[in-house]
Design a protein around this ligand. Structure first.
Ligand SMILES: Cc1cc2nc3c(=O)[nH]c(=O)nc-3n(C[C@H](O)[C@H](O)[C@H](O)COP(=O)(O)OP(=O)(O)OC[C@H]3O[C@@H](n4cnc5c(N)ncnc54)[C@H](O)[C@@H]3O)c2cc1C
Length: 471
C-alpha cells in the first residue's frame, strides 16, 4: 500500500497540504520553473495529463523518502551522521548498502590537530612518524598534529548506534542496480524494490566520466597484516609512514608499520601502479620485510586487510544525474597522489549538510587551489610513466623537509612560498620533464583516447617500459 505521503506526492498536492520536504526546498534554485503548459496550451492538455497521470501511477509503486543515500560506507554514513546532528534529522532518509557493514573491512588513518568528530573511536594516535630510506631514517615529532587510526568496524558500529535510534533513518541491505531521474527526483532500483526521493546521494555506482584526454589512472594497492609478537618489539608512540627498503621493480613500493602496543602492529605493503599483483606477492614481500628489515621471525598474523584506491586526476562529476549527487570516492574525495580520503569525506559531508540547511544548490566538489591539481598531475605522471623515480622523490622530500610540513603540504594547507621551499629540495629535472610530457608533448594516443580505452592500454604501456622482472 502506498503511504499517504506517496499518494500526496504522486498527485502533487500543494505545499500547504503536503509538507514540502527540506530537500525540495534545498533544490529550489535547481528546480525547473513550474511548467505553464497545461494552462497556456490547452491543445496539449489531454496528452500531457495522460503522461503525467501514468508517471504518477508508476510512482505509486515506489517507496518515497526525503533523501536516499545509496552506499552506506564512509561517505554515505558520514553524510547521514552529520544530517542527524541538524534539523534535517526529522527528514526521512533511506540508507542502502549491499553489505551489512559489520566487519572490519578497512582501517582509516589520517592526521589532525585537536579533536575531531570521531575522537571517541580513534583506536590509536602517534605523535612521532618516521621515513626510512636505504641506509637512513628521518622524522620525529609531529608537534600539534597526530597521526590517527580508526578501525572500520568501530566506525560502522558508531554510525549504526547513532542512526538506528532515529526512526526517520532506515537501513536496508540491498544491492543497488540503477539510479535514474524520475520526475522531480530520482528512482533507485535495487534487487528487492524501487525507491524514490527528490535527492539521492550516490557512493556506490561508478559515474560515467566524459573523455578527459591526458589524465592519469593508477591504483594504490596494498595488503596489510595485523601482527602480534611474543616479546616487546615496538614503540607504540612511533609509526613508520614510508619504508622504501624494498626492491622497486619500476613502480613506487614501500611498507608502513603502525604499532598499537609494544606487541601489536599493522604492517602494510603498498604499491602505486596501474595493476594489482597476485595475492601471494604481497604476502611474500611482507614476510621478507618483517624478517630482513624488522628482524622479526616469531609473530602471529591475526587479521589481514587489502584493497585498492584509485589515484587519478580525472575530475569526478559532482552529479550522477540531475537529482543524484556523487559523494565519497565517486564524488572526488580521494587525494589523487596519496589515496587519503577520510578527512575529505568528513569535510564533504559537512559541506553538503550546510548546503541542504541553507537551501543552496548541492555541490559535493571540495574547494581546491588549482596549483595543487597541477602538482598532483605532475606526480601522477611520474608515478605512472617513470615509477622507478618515485623512490628518489620521496626520499628527498622526507630528507629535507619536516614531517609536519609534508603532511600540511599533502592536505593542501601550505602557502606558495612553503611549496617553493619543498620543491627546491626535489629533483627539478624530473618534474620539468613531467611538465613537458603533460602539457607539451603528450603522446597523440593520450590526447584523443576515451578514458575506458586508456585504462586498458596504460598497463600495457607500463609493462613495455619495464626492463626488470616484476615480482
Ligand atoms: C582497504 C582500504 C583502506 C583505506 N585506508 C584509508 C586510510 O587509511 N585513510 C584514508 O584517508 N583513506 C583510506 N582509504 C580510502 C577511502 O577513505 C575509503 O575507500 C573510503 O571508504 C571511501 O568511502 P566511500 O564511501 O566512497 O566508499 P566505501 O566506504 O567503499 O562505501 C561504498 C559502499 O557502497 C557499497 N556498495 C557498492 N556497490 C554497491 C551496490 N551496487 N549496491 C549497494 N551497495 C553498494 C559498499 O558495500 C560500500 O559500503 C582506504 C580504502 C580502502 C579500500
Amino acid at each position: 500500500m502506498p503511504s499517504v505521503r506517496a499518494l500526496c506526492l504522486a498527485l502533487s498536492l500543494p505545499g500547504n497540504v503536503v509538507q514540502q520536504p527540506v530537500s525540495q526546498m534545498a533544490g529550489k534554485k535547481n528546480a525547473a520553473p513550474p511548467k505553464k503548459i497545461l494552462f497556456s496550451k490547452p491543445f496539449f492538455l489531454p496528452f500531457v495529463s495522460l503522461c503525467r497521470f501514468s508517471t504518477r501511477i508508476s510512482r505509486l509503486n515506489l517507496k518515497t523518502y526525503d533523501y536516499i543515500i545509496a552506499g552506506a560506507g564512509a561517505a554515505g554514513l558520514s553524510l547521514a551522521y552529520y544530517m542527524a546532528q541538524t534539523a534535517l534529522k526529522s527528514c526521512s532518509v533511506l540508507l542502502l548498502d549491499m553489505d551489512a557493514k559489520r566487519s572490519n573491512d578497512r582501517t582509516w588513518c589520517f592526521w589532525a590537530s585537536g579533536a575531531t568528530a570521531h575522537d571517541d573511536i580513534v583506536c590509536h594516535k602517534w605523535h612521532n612518524l618516521y621515513f626510512n630510506g636505504d641506509r637512513w631514517q628521518r622524522g620525529g615529532q609531529l608537534g600539534e598534529l597526530s597521526y590517527q587510526m580508526i578501525r572500520g568496524a568501530d566506525f560502522y558500529d558508531k554510525m549504526r548506534r547513532e542512526l538506528e535510534c532515529r526512526p526517520s533513518f532506515e537501513f536496508r541491505q540491498e544491492r543497488v542496480l540503477s539510479i535514474e531521474d524520475c520526475g522531480e527526483g530520482a528512482k533507485v532500483e535495487t534487487t528487492d524494490a524501487q525507491y524514490w526521493a527528490p535527492v539521492v546521494f550516490n557512493s556506490c555506482l561508478r559515474p560515467k566520466l566524459p573523455p578527459q584526454p591526458g589524465t592519469h589512472f593508477l591504483l594504490q594497492h596494498f595488503t596489510g597484516w595485523w601482527i602480534e609478537t611474543e616479546e616487546d618489539r615496538f614503540d607504540p608512540d612511533s609509526g613508520t609512514l614510508m619504508d622504501f627498503r624494498t626492491p622497486q621493480y619500476g613502480s613506487a613500493r614501500f611498507f608502513y608499520l603502525l604499532p598499537l602496543s609494544k606487541r601489536r602492529a599493522l604492517v602494510e605493503y603498498t604499491i602505486f601502479s596501474p595493476e594489482k599483483l597476485q595475492p601471494h606477492h604481497y604476502e611474500e614481500a611482507l614476510q621478507n620485510y618483517l624478517k630482513e628489515q624488522c628482524g622479526l621471525n616469531g609473530y602471529r598474523v591475526c587479521e589481514r586487510e587489502s584493497g585498492a584506491i584509485p589515484m587519478t586526476d580525472k575530475v569526478m562529476p559532482s552529479k550522477y544525474s540531475k537529482h543524484t549527487i556523487n559523494i565519497g570516492t565517486y564524488g572526488g574525495a580521494v587525494k589523487p597522489t596519496t589515496g587519503y580520503a577520510f578527512q575529505n569525506i568528513q569535510q564533504q559531508a559537512k559541506q553538503l549538510v550546510a548546503q541542504l540547511e541553507a537551501g543552496e544548490v548541492l555541490d559535493s566538489r571540495l574547494p581546491q587551489q588549482p596549483r595543487f591539481r597541477f602538482y598532483d598531475r605532475l606526480l601522477l605522471n611520474i608515478l605512472q610513466y617513470y615509477g622507478e623515480e618515485a623512490k628518489g622523490i620521496f626520499c628527498r622530500l622526507f630528507r629535507y623537509s619536516s614531517v609536519p610540513q609534508i603532511l600540511r603540504f599533502l592536505e593542501e594547507q601550505t602557502r606558495l612560498w612553503q611549496e617553493i621551499r619543498i620543491f627546491a629540495t626535489l629533483p627539478i629535472i624530473t618534474f620539468l620533464r613531467a611538465v613537458v610530457r603533460v602539457y607539451i608533448s603528450r603522446p597523440r594516443s593520450m590526447r584523443t583516447m576515451q578514458p575506458e580505452k586508456q585504462k586498458d592500454v596504460l598497463p600495457a604501456m607500463q609493462a613495455k617500459r619495464k626492463t626488470k622482472k616484476v615480482v
